[in-house]
Design a protein around this ligand. Structure first.
Ligand code: FMN
Length: 112
């Protein structure tokens, strides 16, 4: 079954993007990235959020920017669905460096 996030973006035509910083705790990645909204209300159990003009929430802890977007196009890449959005609102939230996927693997993901 596909991600709930993808279904919600497809049905509402909008999304918020929160840019994580390098100091993001693994728990935040686990909370949003390793469980589904089908099983738990992720925003009910996470208080570090604010609401943007489009009515959606964005994350305010360990983030340096947010974008609100309206979907213009979706491109099926096979393994991923890419949404191309028009930015309707954006904010700088901090100055810490953005967390890349490489940084996540090197410094955040637990090594068992
Ligand atoms: C570091 C990291 C990166 C991820 N990248 C993607 C991604 O690019 N596309 C995707 O569909 N899922 C990705 N996932 C997995 C989803 O976050 C995961 O399936 C999540 O539980 C989906 O939740 P939802 O059903 O509430 O949308 C990633 C997870 C992690 C931890």
């Amino acid at each position: 079954m596909g991600n709930l996030t993808r279904e919600i973006i497809e049905s509402t035509g909008q999304f918020n993007l929160s840019v994580l910083t390098e100091n993001v705790p693994f728990e935040t990645i686990r909370h949003f990235g390793m469980q589904s909204g089908r099983d738990v209300d992720k925003f009910q159990a996470f208080s570090a959020t604010k609401r943007s003009h489009n009515g959606l929430l964005y994350v305010t802890d360990s983030t340096n920017a947010m974008f609100s977007c309206k979907v213009l196009e979706k491109v099926n890449l096979g393994s991923h669905m890419m949404f191309i959005g028009e930015v309707t609102e954006s904010k700088v939230l901090g100055k810490d460096a953005s967390c890349t996927y490489a940084h996540y693997h090197k410094a955040i993901k637990p090594k068992f």
